[in-house]
Design a protein around this ligand. Structure first.
Ligand code: AMP
Ligand code: MN
Ligand code: MN
Ligand code: MN
Length: 286
């Protein structure tokens, strides 16, 4: 008798990382090779608002026999003035509404960058727009990370983290309010493209308990499936807190380094602890 077909067990999933297609430092194929070398056996590339790296990453993964999931990290505006990130996994990158929606989200970035540069100019950081563009791999996507790299290279700060703390984080002089997609748009695009939606790094938004709950309720009511319990942005206490929310709301749990590049990320690809045993991993879906 034939043995029942079982999916290969996933030992080391990493379902959130970036390439030069958005604000990562490595090309898509390099991200895949590094993940493989680090022992990752299920990888999703999730560039910000952009799916242009998926074909290259998928081909590189196939060459190595690494299971690969098409992903994206969508920027949304939520509540009074929070920016929240929604990861879409196992999306169809050819889905027309998704492709159009993401192009629309990206299209505001250049004008935002000009406003950021104008604010930075007022506090003595001149020429930041042109400077940031020198660090951009994909002309359609200029991000705060590119500004941060330029500001470090120009000698204003020792590292990217310092730049965010002084100039680019919410409330700092180079931070400007921007209108991204809405939560419901992001979920509609992801679901319309056959994917599952995961709330990225819930602890990063510094929402109070009540606000975070409100976000989780809205996300669940719109059909959001998962939340990142393990994230490069989460400390141990945050992992425990978000795990409790996953249990309470019945969310599937994701494991997500949010790797951007060597030297810039706290956690390398695949170098995360295991999910708490009682949580259901989001990759059950794939
Ligand atoms: P943007 O989409 O242009 O607003 O850029 C957001 C990106 O900036 C995030 O995805 C991170 O890569 C980076 N970022 C945000 N906050 C920080 C921080 N405090 N330290 C380092 N990088 C950060
Ligand atoms: Mn980023
Ligand atoms: Mn993010
Ligand atoms: Mn990310």
């Amino acid at each position: 008798m034939l043995a029942p077909l079982t999916k290969p067990r996933v030992a080391n999933a990493d379902l959130h990382c970036h390439s030069t297609i958005s604000d990562g430092l490595l090309a898509p194929a390099e991200v895949v090779r590094r993940a493989h070398a680090n022992g990752v056996d299920l990888l999703a590339l999730t560039d910000h608002d952009e799916i242009g790296g998926l074909a290259e990453a998928r081909a590189a993964a196939a060459e190595l026999g690494l299971r690969f999931i098409d992903g994206v990290e969508i920027s949304i505006s939520w509540g009074d003035d929070s920016t929240v990130h929604i990861v879409g996994l196992a999306i169809d990158p050819d889905n027309a509404e998704l492709v159009t929606g993401l192009a629309q989200v990206r299209s505001g970035r250049d004008e935002r960058a000009v406003r950021m540069a104008a604010e930075l100019d007022k506090v003595g950081i001149h020429g930041a727009y042109e400077g940031a563009l020198r660090f951009v791999g994909n002309p359609a996507l200029v991000s705060r990370s590119h500004f941060a790299r330029h500001i470090v290279a120009a000698g204003h700060a020792a590292d990217v983290k310092t730049v965010f703390d002084h100039w680019l984080a919410k409330g700092k002089p180079g931070y400007v309010i921007h209108s991204w997609a809405s939560l419901s748009q992001a979920l509609a695009w992801i679901h319309g493209a056959g994917g599952v939606a995961v709330l990225a790094h819930p602890s990063r938004y510094r929402l109070g308990n009540q606000e975070l709950r409100k976000l989780l309720v809205e996300f669940r009511d719109l059909g959001g499936e998962g939340i990142e319990v393990l994230s490069g942005s989460h400390g141990d206490d945050e992992v425990r807190e978000i795990a409790r929310y996953a249990r309470e709301f019945g969310f599937l749990a994701s494991r997500a380094s949010d790797f951007h590049g060597p030297g810039e990320s706290r956690i390398d690809l695949g170098k995360l602890p295991q999910l708490p045993d009682d949580l259901r991993p989001i990759w059950e879906k794939f």
